[in-house]
Design a protein around this ligand. Structure first.
Ligand SMILES: Cc1cc2nc3c(=O)[nH]c(=O)nc-3n(C[C@H](O)[C@H](O)[C@H](O)COP(=O)(O)OP(=O)(O)OC[C@H]3O[C@@H](n4cnc5c(N)ncnc54)[C@H](O)[C@@H]3O)c2cc1C
Length: 394
């Protein structure tokens, strides 16, 4: 899909060619045409003096329409009826951004029985809580939650919508963005306000964390972003504000769904989830066996941390997939990451390099993990782990 150029309206002035950030426009026989892959960024649509360029379906919002969207929203994801930790982190950052914009901060809470969650969230510095209670929302369900969130956005028109970059958030955000025809920046690690343009600057790591890309969504609303857990500090409860609570039903029963939940199996879950843990002890192929992987579990439990693993270990079947760290596993930012017998392949680093402190144990002093480690122990991983465990027990 690409922008549409009205040939009869275009006079070949070339403004679009000069401003196209991707250099995919050209002039031939006094008319603009697309010569490469158009990203639909819409810069040319705004700037064309002849108004000869439009978006497919004419979906770009006018300035007036954009200014009708107000307020900052957070989707308050629940697990077993309780807000998950990233919600409190988003409230802290969201409050700061909403104050800068001089707009309201609202939370959207959805589930079957959300009263306790609403009560808990009411203690935090938010202006409003919009709650949707429905037995059909008891379990997270892509189609139902997308329907609910889309309806709310269409009704209340928030300027910004933030979600945690959790498994559910990463599924819900793109579906909602696609329904609303707006942009989404996934996995943000920084959010700021551009006061001149009154828009959200959404920063996320790209190319394996080697560059930071700052993305804006200028012409569509809401500006949507998922935010990595443990990037922002949690908000503190505050008695300065009493949020207005609004229960607003969305008709769920009328929604035809293609996905039916037939059975629910609890994941082999750790006491501390890997994405939320301050300490992660992770094991790699260097441990040598499933039995030795038990040392990782023992040390993690002694330290009150979570267990992580490289893909090699998961592929061996020594531990479940939900512990895999890396490009095709989880992306985590704990305070301490202990990599045990892990080489530090780039695909693994992508998932853990933003940890505050990295400790690596490896017998090969040239292993790539040492290039990003703050502390390194060169030695046999199983021996070192046994020593650490006995020290911890003492
Ligand atoms: C598309 C794609 C996606 C991928 N996604 C991921 C991902 O999400 N996560 C991930 O982890 N990988 C991923 N990989 C795989 C990745 O490239 C590596 O193969 C993998 O991370 C290696 O795991 P490892 O470090 O445990 O094993 P190895 O690379 O085999 O490293 C084992 C390390 O243990 C050390 N060692 C051996 N014996 C001992 C000992 N006795 N004491 C101390 N040290 C010892 C060795 O020196 C070595 O450094 C992906 C690959 C591809 C192509």
């Amino acid at each position: 899909m690409e922008i549409m150029i009205e040939k009869e309206q275009c006079d070949g002035c070339g403004v679009c060619v000069d401003i196209c950030p991707y250099k995919v426009l050209s002039i031939e026989e006094e008319t603009a045409y697309v010569k490469g892959t158009c990203t639909l960024c819409a810069v040319c649509v705004r700037q064309c003096p002849q108004e000869a360029i439009s978006m497919p379906g004419g979906s770009i919002k006018g300035e007036e329409e954009v200014s009708n969207y107000k307020g900052l929203w957070i989707f308050a994801e629940l697990k077993k009826n309780k807000p998950i930790p990233v919600v409190y982190e988003l409230i802290g950052k969201g409050r700061e951004l909403a104050d800068q914009l001089e707009e309201e901060l609202s939370l959207v809470v959805a589930g079957h029985d959300v009263k306790e969650a609403v009560e808990d969230l009411s203690q935090y510095p938010v202006d409003r809580i919009i709650a949707c209670e429905d037995p059909l929302l008891e379990e997270y369900h892509d189609e139902r939650y997308t329907h609910m969130l889309t309806r709310y956005v269409q009704k209340y028109r928030p300027a910004v919508l933030l979600l945690g970059a959790t498994t559910n958030g990463r599924s819900l955000a793109p579906r909602t963005a696609a329904r609303l025809g707006t942009g989404l920046t996934a996995d943000c690690t920084e959010l700021e306000i551009d006061f001149d343009r009154k828009c959200l600057l959404q920063t996320r790591p790209a190319y394996g964390g080697n560059i930071l890309a700052t993305i804006t969504c200028q012409y569509q609303r809401p500006q949507m972003a998922t935010v990595r857990p443990k990037v922002f500090p949690k908000a503190e409860p505050s008695d300065q504000m009493e949020p207005a609570v609004e229960y607003d039903q969305v008709d769920m029963a009328c929604l035809p769904v293609k996905v039916v939940l037939k059975e629910k199996k609890e994941e082999v879950s750790d006491l501390v989830s890997i994405e939320e843990a301050d300490i992660v002890v992770a094991g790699g192929r260097g441990l040598g066996s499933e039995e030795n992987f038990g040392l990782i579990e023992e040390l993690a439990s002694l330290m009150g941390g979570a267990v992580g693993a490289s893909r090699a270990v998961v592929d061996e079947g020594w531990t479940p997939y939900n512990r895999q760290v890396g490009q095709t596993g989880r992306t985590i930012s704990p305070k301490v990451y202990i990599a045990c017998g892990i080489s530090g392949a780039i695909q693994h680093q992508i998932g853990m390099r933003s940890a505050e402190t990295i400790i690596a144990i490896n017998k090969n002093e040239d292993a790539p993990i040492f290039q990003i480690a703050d502390y390194g122990i060169v030695g046999d991983v199983n021996e070192v782990l046994r020593l650490l465990i006995s020290q911890m027990k003492e």
